[in-house]
Ligand binder design. Sequence first.
Ligand code: FUL
Length: 489
Amino acid sequence: MVRLTFRPNDARSAARALMIVLAIASSAAPVRAAAEKKAPMSEADVRLAVQVVPTPQQLAWQEMEFIGFLCFGMNTYTDREWGDGKEDPKLFNPTAFDARQWVRVFKDAGMKLMLLTAKHHGGFCLWPSKYTEHSVKRSPWRGGKGDVVREVADACRAGGIKLGIYLSPWDRNHPSYGNSPVYNEYFKNQLRELLTNYGEVAEVWFDGACGEGPNGKKQVYDWQGYFSVVRKCQPNALIAICGPDIRWVGNESGVARETEWSVQPGNPVFHPGKKFVWWPAECDVSIRPGWYYHAKEDAKVKTLDHLLDIYYKSVGRNSVLLLNVPPDRRGLIHDNDVKRLRELRSVLDATFKVDLARGKPARAGSVRGNDARLGADKAVDGDKATYWTTDDDVTTGWVEIDLGEPATFNRSMVMEHVALGQRVEQYAVDAWVDGDWKPIAHGTTIGYKKLDRFDDVTASRIRVRILKSRASPMIQAIGLYRAPASQGK
Ligand code: FUL
């Protein structure tokens, strides 16, 4: 029933969700069910949840906001999305491979990390692993002496961008897959190779996808064993998706929920024994219909408007955007994708260059202990270490910003000081227009960053109201921007 080879995005995301469920079904509640649980929380639980904070590494990761993904490998040469593991390594043969071009393109787009599919479901390794022959060492590329991971790691370091490694647990090539203890050793050995020989790795991505189906091979993954290898070899790396540090948002369209909490119920497999954890969402999506490069999709690179919409619904909804840009058979990122990324960057730069609220006089309904260090002006000072807050028992409040002259804007931003946790449950933004407060945006959670879009508003004052919060709100930043006219929505 679920024997998937290549399918549209929805089917693959369903497959990943299903496989995450299957992978842990024997011992635990499904990841997605845990992540999406909506039951009202008891007061005691709310008190616990507000105490949960990110690790410094999780916070630094969130602050990257926009990161890039490279699905590249055997599938690029077979024109498929999922390999069956029987491919001849000789097929892998980029003609103009240049990881420095990838880094340039990603950096110009504003991405802060590059995540590479070191091994996908087909099992072909982009580095010369000593534990298998199914790798670049048996391909004609660079005379069998090539190492994609090495070239990518070096290019990332030279370009000042972080490196992430995707290693698929599902492996359709390795004969031990399904013989659980043996395959788990193989997988851990590969992890050790990748995490000790290539310098710093910031993110390790364990995909939950698996298309074995009910009659296929059954591999019981040693998640805790995998996590220990990562912690030991790269103590600062974050473990994503099937892992404790970064949560899959639950779809492959790049869209977070309107209500997106970074505090989640602990997952019994990934966070055994923990009631609540900091488990922030990552939105993975491809710039093309497929994850891998297919010449037939050259004209199907997502439109600028679509990418902007994705940006607002991911980065603007308390998530990190992981955008996949698959290199082509030359081993280069195709011009159509490069051009689209440039357009995206230029609109984002034009939009967020000037913050009309920055440094403007601000006042608040109340300030904790009337302490000037926690005053309203801290929400517009551009300093991520400072924030406005209310007294401990006060869970609503407002900040008003005086823009001086009437200014025109169509985007607002509110950020919580998530270094100390996530709290806000409901907020509204109003503008002073024609002698009255006019509502311009409202929402539920804020988290690290909430962006709202609306039609041009001209006003000399705005206010942000916190209508409901799990504890005193801590507002790190409020911003106002104007997107170029053609990007009205
Ligand atoms: C999915 C995989 O099946 C796709 O091939 C791709 O790697 C995507 C990022 O995750 O689960």
